[in-house]
Design a protein around this ligand. Structure first.
Ligand code: PXL
Length: 275
């Protein structure tokens, strides 16, 4: 069987079910070798906990890259999520060129904002740097907030297909080849994902369960990467990832103690079956 090796670069939030603690189990469960490059170690994610610790690992990255180069290690794909700084974006740009197998895919999630707002750690300089990363993406996975920040197009909570298409075209004008736009909701009780590939717009709509569950962007992106690397088309991978994310949210609903993430582990058997 075709066996792919990817590198995912994002933080380790030790508790909180996001970034690497989500990407590693999900992509591995999809049958893909998942190498990691932690950008930082935090005691928890930053979305609701207070007093978390942060250790930035930027200064370790050049040494890790040099070692891998010496060992002749290369990757079939790169998947990035939450990164700690502008400097790390430059490292990612370099690594995704120098450690790439021929034809390697770059799948970049800006992971910097949601619900109309940038995450606590970021400012507009970071957004500017993120544009440079998005420009190199084969698939970028912004939500509507991130798409609006990246393109300078006004953020809207209520919108129509014309607005979404304007965002998609502007994102490809930044340089991104294809866009998977998440959290696209045209009517109450429903949300979905748009895959804009080679200029073609396709929408997968599904039920909307709860507003803004933590970590679901990372659960979604990880399953998308896993399914894509297993040979599914981008649209099928987007559907598989959406169904997995919905199932994970359903399995978490009704447990107020579990506000910080979703119980995606319980949905992994279904994800594996859908591959
Ligand atoms: O992608 C979500 C995420 C990842 N890592 C950290 C975060 C968040 C969202 O808040 O704070 C550290």
């Amino acid at each position: 069987m075709d066996y792919k090796r990817i590198l995912t670069i994002q933080d380790i939030s030790c508790v909180g079910q996001c970034s690497l603690t989500v990407a590693l189990p999900i992509i591995s469960a999809c049958g893909v070798e998942t190498c990691i490059l932690p950008s930082a170690v935090l005691s928890t994610h930053t979305g609701g906990f207070t007093g978390f610790t942060v250790r930035d690992l930027s200064e370790d990255i050049p040494g890790i890259e040099a070692h891998w180069k010496k060992e002749g290690i290369a990757f079939d794909a790169f998947y990035t999520g939450y990164l700690g700084s502008d400097e790390q974006i430059d490292y990612v740009l370099d690594i995704s060129e120098t450690l790439a197998k021929p034809g390697a895919l770059k799948i970049f999630d800006p992971a910097m904002a949601d619900n109309g707002q940038l995450y606590a750690a970021f400012d507009m300089n970071y957004v500017e740097s993120m544009k440079r990363l998005m420009a190199k993406g084969d698939y970028i996975l912004p939500n509507i907030t991130e798409a609006s920040l990246l393109t300078g197009i006004e953020y809207k909570e209520q919108y129509d297909e014309a607005y979404v298409k304007e965002l998609l075209v502007a994102l490809t004008e930044l340089g991104a080849k294809n866009v998977v736009l998440t959290g696209v909701s045209y009517r109450d009780g429903k949300t979905g994902v748009v895959v804009f590939e080679n200029g073609e717009y396709r929408y997968y709509e599904h039920e909307k369960i709860a507003k803004g569950c933590h970590g679901t962007g990372d659960v979604y992106a990880s399953a998308f990467v896993g399914a894509l690397m297993r040979g599914h088309s981008a649209f099928d991978a987007a559907k598989i990832a959406a169904d997995f994310t919905v199932e994970s949210i359903k399995l978490t609903q009704g447990d107020p103690d579990h506000w910080y993430g979703v119980k995606f582990e319980l949905a992994i058997p279904k994800l594996v079956n859908s591959l």
